[in-house]
Ligand binder design. Structure first.
Ligand SMILES: [Zn+2]
Ligand SMILES: [Zn+2]
Length: 136
């Protein structure tokens, strides 16, 4: 593996949350152009080191986010207010997948799923703001 690929893989593996190519580029301390980052990410994903998903939010529009491939895979939550990701831990949809395979006679290979909403921290801020205003 080239030095560039290793640097990028280490950066993604060190992060507890998925990162976009530009976020990875910002975190890397050695000089590297964005094109190299994109090419390396593609290589790392094609070779099973990383996984990614395309995600749209009001803050960053549409971005592709990369994270370390794990078995069983994990799902992420995205806060619509502070735009942070949260690792929700390993997938527990096995029984749902089996049920769908039986019901529709299909063989499911993969699925892409993420959750969005308001994170616990933003909810707390909102609730204390509400109680300060005397809301029920
Ligand atoms: Zn939040
Ligand atoms: Zn899953």
């Amino acid at each position: 593996m080239t030095k560039a690929r290793k640097t990028i893989l280490d950066t993604v593996e060190d992060s507890p949350v998925p990162l976009s190519a530009s976020e990875i580029h910002k975190k890397i301390t050695r000089p590297m152009d964005l094109v190299t980052v994109y090419r390396s990410l593609k290589y790392l994903e094609d070779n099973g080191f990383l996984e990614s998903f395309s995600f749209t939010c009001t803050d960053k529009r549409t971005e592709r986010y990369y994270y370390r491939r794990r078995e069983p895979h994990v799902h992420f939550f995205h806060c619509e207010q502070c735009h942070t990701f949260l690792d929700l831990g390993k997938c527990e949809l096995d029984t749902q997948v089996i049920r769908l395979e039986t019901q529709f006679g299909v063989r499911i290979a993969t699925h892409t799923l993420y959750f969005t909403g308001i994170c616990a921290r933003c909810l707390n801020v909102r609730e204390s703001a509400d109680s300060a205003l005397g809301a029920p």
